[in-house]
Design a protein around this ligand. Structure first.
Ligand SMILES: C[S@@+](CC[C@H](N)C(=O)[O-])C[C@H]1O[C@@H](n2cnc3c(N)ncnc32)[C@H](O)[C@@H]1O
Length: 376
């Protein structure tokens, strides 16, 4: 059994823990913006490939306490880093420090790098070099007071980089947040999904991937653990082959946006994900959008006035409420926004609320059930 740590955004820890349990994780423990869990190498590969809600997954390789620089150096030097890294390979080390003897995280990471490289020099008369951009092995040290945990970053690039984005919107929803929103809606893959402000199509692509059972990492070509000496190619292939992707489902995904330019981005991303047969796009103002059939799940990420300008947020959000009330009877709508004041102007009663982050922005995700007239 190995110990792992999956990182995510604040507010998503619980659904990440549920997701990891469903992938076979044991002894899940919810932390701040992370979930610690246990399992074997198989689970590490599986979590990287299938988890939609993890940003990064670390393998814990040593936990220790230290008193001073010297004992810190000795503890790191005793780590068998040669199990993962060739003596002529490349490494990078990042660190986070809280209440520690190190005045900066940089100092801790430089000392750790010296300890690892000195070990290699003693064993092989050569040492790995530093490559901050794309190292063979990325180490991370978490230091809290006199306690330290050394991890290997198994993901490499953040897992929100799914590999299907060929065109980026100026105010995109993060892919991990989009997948988490969908999970929070408890959508059962039993009705159409509509985003009438779809921008570059992130919410619809994540919904279609979930609907068709396409693994989160299906379009990705690289993970950090590919360049570890322990990489088991056969096991990786076996885990990928476990995916049972559907190609015929009785539901559709509909996206619209007022901007032709942003719809062009959605079209390119959807084509890259080979989902053009499932996601249908149309250029239209939200007030003219309508479901093809009901019930449907409406999930939207309107402008917050942060990265896209909004002249009159209250009026704009009132228009969203009016559109939902008028055009989307018998549907359920979920809206994410960081503009808490504007959200009050939707004019509908939210039946569920979650607090979460879209990148650095603190947001609320609200649910609205849309009935004709007043709910009895
Ligand atoms: C925050 S962005 C959505 C980004 C999208 N979730 C993504 O990941 O790319 C909001 C979108 O709402 C669109 N929009 C603004 N006003 C609109 C309106 N009246 N009708 C339809 N779309 C509108 C914008 O063009 C923009 O693409």
């Amino acid at each position: 059994m190995e110990k792992f740590l999956a990182k995510t955004f604040a507010g998503l820890e619980e659904i990440l823990s549920e997701e990891l349990l469903s992938l076979g994780a044991q002894n899940c423990c919810i932390l701040n913006r992370a979930v610690q869990f246990e399992g074997d190498l198989n689970l590490l590969y599986r979590a990287n490939y299938y988890s939609r809600i993890s940003l990064r997954i670390f393998l814990q390789i040593k936990e220790f306490t230290f008193e001073d620089n010297d004992s810190f150096y000795k503890e790191i030097r005793s780590v068998e880093a040669e199990k993962y890294l060739k003596s002529n390979g490349t490494l990078a080390i990042s660190a986070t420090t809280h209440n520690s003897i190190f005045s900066t995280p940089l100092f801790a990471s430089v000392l750790a790098k010296d300890a690892i490289c000195d070990r290699f020099r003693d064993l092989y008369k050569e040492r790995p070099s530093v490559d901050k951009e794309s190292p063979d092995v990325q180490f991370h040290i978490h230091i809290f007071g006199e306690n330290a945990i050394l991890y290997l970053d198994s993901s490499g690039e953040s897992l929100h980089k799914r590999g299907y984005k060929v065109s980026t919107h100026p105010a995109p929803i993060n892919e991990v947040v989009a997948a988490a929103m969908l999970k929070l809606t408890e959508w059962k893959k039993d009705c159409d999904v509509i985003d009438f402000m779809c921008g570059s199509g992130t919410l619809l692509i994540e919904a279609a991937m979930a609907g068709l059972n396409i693994p989160a990492g299906f379009y990705r070509s690289h993970y950090g653990f590919f360049s570890w000496l322990t990489f088991d190619h056969e096991l990786w292939k076996k885990i990928k082959d476990e995916a049972v992707i559907e190609d015929d489902i009785p539901i559709d995904f509909y996206g619209s946006d007022i901007s032709g330019r942003y719809l062009g981005m959605a079209k390119a991303n959807i084509a890259e994900a080979r989902l053009s047969d499932f996601i249908h796009l149309k250029k239209t103002d939200m007030s003219l959008s309508k479901p093809q059939r009901t019930p449907a799940l409406v999930i939207i990420n309107p402008p917050y006035g942060e990265r896209l300008e909004l002249v009159n947020p209250s009026l704009f959000y009132k228009e969203i409420g009016d559109t939902l009330k008028k055009n989307y009877t018998d549907c359920t709508a979920w809206i994410i926004s960081s503009d808490f004041e504007a959200l009050k102007h939707i004019g509908l009663r939210a039946t569920r609320k979650f607090s979460l982050y879209n990148g650095p922005l603190a947001c609320k995700l609200l649910k609205f059930e849309l009935y004709k007239g007043k709910k009895q």
